[in-house]
Design a protein around this ligand. Sequence first.
Ligand SMILES: C[S@@+](CC[C@H](N)C(=O)[O-])C[C@H]1O[C@@H](n2cnc3c(N)ncnc32)[C@H](O)[C@@H]1O
Length: 215
Amino acid sequence: MTSTLSTMNFKLSHRLQTIHNHVPRKPFIYDIGCDHGELGLSFQLYPEVRAIHLVDPSIQVINSLSQKLNVSDIPKDVLLIQKKADQLEIKTKKNAIIMCGFGGSQMLEGVNHLKNQIDEDSIFIFSPHRHVLQLREGLAQGEYDLLLDMMILEDDLFYPLMVVANRKGRGVHPYGEKDLWQSREGAQYREHLLQILRNHQNSRDQSFLKYLESL
Ligand SMILES: C[S@@+](CC[C@H](N)C(=O)[O-])C[C@H]1O[C@@H](n2cnc3c(N)ncnc32)[C@H](O)[C@@H]1O
């Protein structure tokens, strides 16, 4: 039996589908912090994808994925790795390295650890659920080529999405360039942030507030 996305029960949420749509089709996919594994496994039917690595530090996550994969007929090499982002070793080239749904600080530790292991044809995809400024500020200090910077809105919650190539190019702006904040979701998120940041007194948030007010 040939496995299809529907037999694997993949009806991706709007957030995951949007992320999926912006992941470049590279031969090697790493879904770091994979949890349910749906995002990584959603690449199983693309002929250009040779292997999918599902990575998560949680043994429960890895065990449950292992059971799920045993009962499924998946047409791609799928590897399960129980590690945090900053413990992973990557020896393959031309990778799409996805980090979605956990903290930006942990993502930054991961990208700082992985950056020198991988080639310039590899791409990082980030969608942090907290510590967004920490991730942006960290990336802004490195040499990256920013390919996409957008906001996803799902169920009244905002999720940043950044696609960054592992080579020198258009760097990451620590607060996001103007066009991010001029997009429909970006403008809504800006309004939301202005309310929140006006109640924050620390200097990092005050600098961000000044920037958003200046747009
Ligand atoms: C909310 S789930 C996100 C699942 C999926 N990526 C998504 O966006 O829907 C967060 C996952 O990140 C994992 N995680 C937490 N810290 C991590 C780290 N430092 N490195 C890799 N994964 C981590 C957790 O174990 C958990 O399974």
